[in-house]
Design a protein around this ligand. Structure first.
Ligand code: GDG
Length: 475
């Protein structure tokens, strides 16, 4: 097989299969990571290692849009144990502050180890001597170490898209040492927030007793030498330009007006856009909105909440239960408050094309990001980028990574329902001049630091640090 000088390893390949019939029917998937890495991939001779999204399908590596895609096969059992089990029912809830109870099952862990090894082997096979390999996210935390053992010549980076929890929670994990050792196989371990990098360094000190200094960690190797790893925040961003372009399009703006009209032209529209996930605080925002209607602070004649909850992890028990709870709550609120002409909540358990998302952003006076814990939350940045008119109010949870950057949003603690209600009222009443001031500052930040800057900064740090930290001596 042809060897690449730059290899991305992620749970998913950056493509979706268009139809089950026939071969070679692939479409680029819409994710931000794909956009982020596109410039790097185009410049370098790149390969992407990942799962194609369907169980029990063996595929040979193939070229797509100038990039070599290397499919890793997952059986239906791997999907159940490694992906739905360990990744999404152990690591995901544990790393999001145990909002849902993590389940620790040894068969899930064993599958996670096996599948991580398969990804590491595929990456080792795809990389040319001295290549740079960038591993993505919590499904693949063991890959950096496995890959280094297979290929000590490689430059290895890892980026963690979700939070890294405080030590008191992390230490619940029965395999806490193995996971830290897995991650420390990388030269650079990137996190969303400074606090995540700090939590990681503390776990390393407490569990492994390795020395940490500023962002550097001294990692002893089996041969008695040491190397240095860097654990540091590299906050991810969005492809801001593409949102701005969409927001300027006549058809998208016309669609935004049409959305308002079809909701009965309310004075104010609240919007939530999330994967249907218990980390996103959807129940908290429904509760606050419902109480504002009960208290008669708001009326359905004037205000509507549009909640897009895109289907996610639908076979994991906690998600099935969450969906039931949310749909019960929405049904109750609508039943109590709807009129023939106006609805309280327009709930959409569907996924939409990006054009429709931007039209929704333009139609929404108030964007609700009330996550209980979130690595970054790209929706907050997408809303801000789309508001080319410098209008609209972003209500943003302090527990989302985006809160570190978007200081002019209305910050909330979503657990504090009274505080959330106050912020919602303040947003509804905010004068256009204040909206403009806050939105302009937030937009400046997102525009100045887009996802291309993120990947460039990470890869520059990786190249530099790898050069400096070698040879067993402290740089
Ligand atoms: C993880 C971390 C971190 C959602 N519904 C639709 C749709 N989306 C898009 C959004 C946004 C993306 O999906 C979701 O990204 P978030 O950042 O909001 O949240 P997670 O999915 O949990 O992502 C998170 C992120 O990784 C990146 O590092 O920020 O903290 O949890 O882009 O717009 N897009 C379309 N239709 C939908 O129905 N087209």
């Amino acid at each position: 097989m042809h060897k690449a000088e730059f290899v991305v390893v992620a749970n998913r390949l950056p493509v979706d299969r268009v139809s089950d019939a026939g071969e070679g029917e692939w479409r680029r998937s819409p994710g931000g990571l794909v956009t982020a890495l596109e410039p790097v991939m185009k410049k370098a001779d790149g390969a992407w290692v990942g799962w194609a999204g369907q169980p029990d399908v063996d595929l040979d590596p193939f070229e797509f849009d100038g990039t070599m895609l290397v499919p890793v096969t997952l059986s239906a059992e791997d999907v159940e144990l490694y992906y739905e089990g360990f990744s999404n029912d152990t690591i995901w809830p544990l790393y999001h502050d145990v909002i849902a109870e993590p389940r620790y099952k040894r068969v899930w862990w064993e599958s996670y180890v096996r599948v991580n090894r398969r990804f590491a082997q595929a990456a080792a096979d795809a990389a040319e001597p001295g290549a740079t390999v960038w591993v993505q996210d919590y499904q693949l935390q063991l890959v950096p170490r496995m890959l280094r053992d297979l290929r000590p010549d490689l430059v290895i980076g890892y980026f963690h898209h979700i939070p890294f929890p405080a030590y008191g929670l992390y230490s619940q994990l029965p395999w806490r040492r193995q996971v830290l050792e897995g991650l420390l196989g990388a030269d650079v371990i990137g996190f969303q927030r400074v606090a995540d990098a700090g939590n990681f360094a503390r776990a390393v000190r407490r569990q492994l007793r390795y020395e940490t200094k500023a962002s550097g960690i001294v990692v002893p190797e089996k041969d008695g030498t040491t190397r240095r790893a860097l654990a540091k925040a590299f906050p991810i961003s969005i492809d801001a330009t593409s949102y701005i372009e969409l927001a300027h399009r006549d058809d998208v703006q016309a669609r935004a007006r049409e959305i308002r009209e079809s909701l009965g032209n309310p004075k104010r529209i609240f919007l939530g856009v999330d994967r249907l996930d218990y980390t996103k605080g959807i129940r908290h925002r429904l509760k606050a909105f419902g109480e504002l209607l009960t208290d008669e602070k708001l009326s359905v004649d004037d205000v509507t909440l549009v909640q897009v909850a895109s289907p996610s992890r639908e076979r994991v028990a906690a998600y099935i239960q969450l969906r039931d709870e949310i749909e019960l709550t929405v049904g109750r609120i609508n039943g109590d408050f709807d009129t023939m002409g106006h609805t309280a909540i327009r709930y959409l358990h569907q996924a939409y094309p990006r054009e429709e998302m931007v039209a929704l952003f333009l139609a929404a006076d108030v964007m609700l990001v009330t996550a209980l814990r979130d690595g970054m939350n790209l929706v907050a940045k997408e809303y801000v980028a789309s508001r080319v008119d410098n209008r609209g109010v972003l209500i943003l949870s302090e527990f989302a990574g985006a809160a570190d950057e978007l200081g002019t949003a209305l910050r909330v603690n979503p657990h504090d329902i009274e505080g959330l209600k106050e912020a919602m009222m303040r947003a509804v009443e905010m004068a256009p001049a204040e909206q403009g001031r806050r939105m302009r500052a937030a937009r400046r930040r997102v525009l100045e630091h887009s996802v291309e800057d993120w990947s460039r900064e990470f890869l520059e740090a990786l190249a530099q640090f790898h050069g400096a930290g070698r040879s067993g001596v402290d740089a």
